[in-house]
Design a protein around this ligand. Structure first.
Ligand code: DLZ
Length: 205
């Protein structure tokens, strides 16, 4: 039996995500782990009632790109129809063979629908320590920058960046552990955190 005192306590309130709009911005480095984390986050968003049509997924190359991408997504710069959760069923946003962003300009006179604001953004990345100082620099700058984005914009940015010292640590935190204990998928916690923070923000204004 585990004697650990660590981890997220479940909330006494069951937060309702049915009116919330949530963006997931994920890096593509360390794909296997990312895929599990994104799937875990989406599962919990949906479990709390967030509609598929209100979940938007965007991808960036690496974790270093997450803060700017989150900032732009919050500002409404993403293409509304680029990638919602339905696209995800076709394999996240990895290796798409057809461009999802329109390559031709909208016809003259056409109306562009304004993007609805997001109640929360989940930034997901997986940093695994290598033999150089990359890990330290990226972990440090990304965590500070993501905090800055949420404070500057007032939109909760859920910190879904794993900073693992080994491959096994990363796998275990995505529920993919290679041992008997598969670990826990932290993406699920991030989905719940997004609904809770999005709900708080609607109350707090
Ligand atoms: C360069 C790099 C390295 C070494 N490791 C990771 C990693 O473990 N996880 C991750 O998300 N990204 C990594 N990157 C890529 C950087 O985040 C970034 O995409 C590039 O330096 C380009 O700016």
């Amino acid at each position: 039996m585990s004697t650990s005192i660590k981890g997220l306590a479940s909330s006494e309130v069951l937060y309702d995500g049915s009116e919330l709009r949530v963006a997931i911005v994920h890096a593509r480095w360390n794909k296997t782990v990312i895929e599990a984390l994104v799937a875990g986050a989406i599962a919990k968003l949906k479990e709390r009632g967030v509609k598929e049509s209100n979940i938007v997924v965007e991808s960036v190359p690496g974790s270093f790109e997450l803060p700017l991408a989150c900032s732009k997504v919050i500002a409404g710069a993403h293409v509304q129809a680029q990638s919602n959760v339905t696209d995800l069923l076709g394999g996240l946003n990895f290796g798409a063979t057809t461009p999802k962003v329109p390559t031709t300009p909208a016809p003259a006179g056409s109306v562009t629908m304004p993007n609805e604001p997001f109640d929360a953004v989940i930034a997901i990345g997986v940093l695994i320590k290598g033999s150089t100082m990359h890990f330290e620099y990226i972990s440090d700058s990304v965590s500070h920058a993501l905090m800055k984005v949420q404070l500057d914009t007032g939109v909760p940015v859920i910190f879904g960046v794993l900073t693992a010292l080994t491959d096994d640590q990363a796998l275990e935190r995505a529920g993919l552990g290679r041992g008997e204990d598969k670990g826990h998928n932290h993406g699920e916690d991030w989905g719940l955190a997004a609904v809770e923070m999005g709900s708080h923000l609607r109350r707090w204004g």
